[in-house]
Design a protein around this ligand. Structure first.
Ligand code: BV8
Length: 238
């Protein structure tokens, strides 16, 4: 029996926009208010740890007050109901995919709700603020904890598994990302080379729009529930 096509989905900040979390490069985006060089690089953390901790503490503190939106729920429904493999690779560091019920999620840029100890290398769940004198719950080191997020110039997580998924998938969908950040911006080409059909679902054309075989532009919260219905009823053909 022919297996159902496997689906790999890349998400970016745009999928969390309708939940009230800021994107990075839209008009009121995060990088329009703070320089990424000042808060999202290892050098920034080494030079100004308190400033970097404050930037992430503020974003972490917002998570309990926002909810997954219809786009997150649609992807969770797809994973639960579709009879083929569905894997989400997210650039986001929020927990909205998991709170919507998605299980197969790869956080290639890390997670706000985890801390990483520079002394023992352990990543452990962390709610609340991190400060320059936080203690590691694993090794007890003081002042060595950082947010477990991947900064510019650092290696994203699970890249080997990601490239394997991209090579083997039949359908690659990119949702809510501007295509500015690498290596995520090249995933569509990796998937295409592996023979996948590629679809961009985004508010507006991304920088990589010409790499996609199919595009649907509009709000993810409106487009995704309809798209998932098309897939689950067998209407969606590629
Ligand atoms: C790497 C975590 C090697 C932290 C982030 C010089 C030195 C070193 C590296 C580089 C260099 N020059 C270039 C690089 C590579 C660099 C890079 O890409 N820089 C950019 C600025 C050019 N990349 C790296 O350093 C990466 N590591 O290269 O290691 C390597 C190479 C290959 C293979 C292995 C290893 C590490 C990058 C990770 C950085 N960390 N996040 C944090 O969150 O604070 S990235 C940052 O941008 C964000 O976190 C976000 O995840 C990411 C991508 O942004 P988007 O998600 O796309 O968000 P954006 O606002 O841009 O776009 C939102 C989109 O949504 C828009 O298009 C909008 O229209 C749309 N939208 C809005 N509302 C909606 C919507 N769509 C649908 N519905 C809506 N309602």
């Amino acid at each position: 029996m022919a297996r159902s096509p496997s689906i790999v989905i890349l998400t970016g900040a745009g999928i969390s926009a309708e939940s009230g979390l800021h994107t990075f490069r839209d008009k009121n985006g995060i990088w329009n208010r703070v320089r990424l060089e000042d808060v999202a690089t290892p050098e920034a953390f080494a030079a100004h740890p308190a400033r970097v901790q404050k930037f992430y503490n503020k974003r972490r503190a917002m998570l309990p007050s926002v909810q997954p939106n219809a786009a997150h729920h649609a992807l969770a429904r797809l994973e639960k109901t579709y009879d083929g493999l569905v894997t989400i690779i997210t650039q986001n560091v929020d927990d909205l995919h998991e709170r919507a019920g998605s299980d197969s999620v790869i956080h290639m840029h890390g997670e706000l709700n985890k801390s990483l100890c520079a002394a023992c290398g352990t990543s452990i769940p962390h709610k609340g603020d991190l400060s320059i004198d936080s203690e590691c719950g694993h090794c007890g080191a003081i002042g060595r904890l950082r947010p477990d997020v991947v900064w510019f110039g650092e290696m994203p997580y699970q890249m080997d598994r990601i490239y394997e998924l991209l090579r083997d998938c039949d359908l690659f969908i990119s949702i809510g990302t501007s295509g500015n950040v690498y290596p995520a911006a090249q995933f569509v080409q990796e998937a295409s080379h592996g023979g996948a059909h590629t679809l961009e679902i985004n508010l507006e054309p991304s920088l990589g729009v010409s790499d996609f075989a199919e595009t649907r532009h509009g709000k993810a919260g409106a487009l995704l529930p309809l798209f998932v219905d098309e897939v689950l009823t067998g209407q969606y053909r590629f």
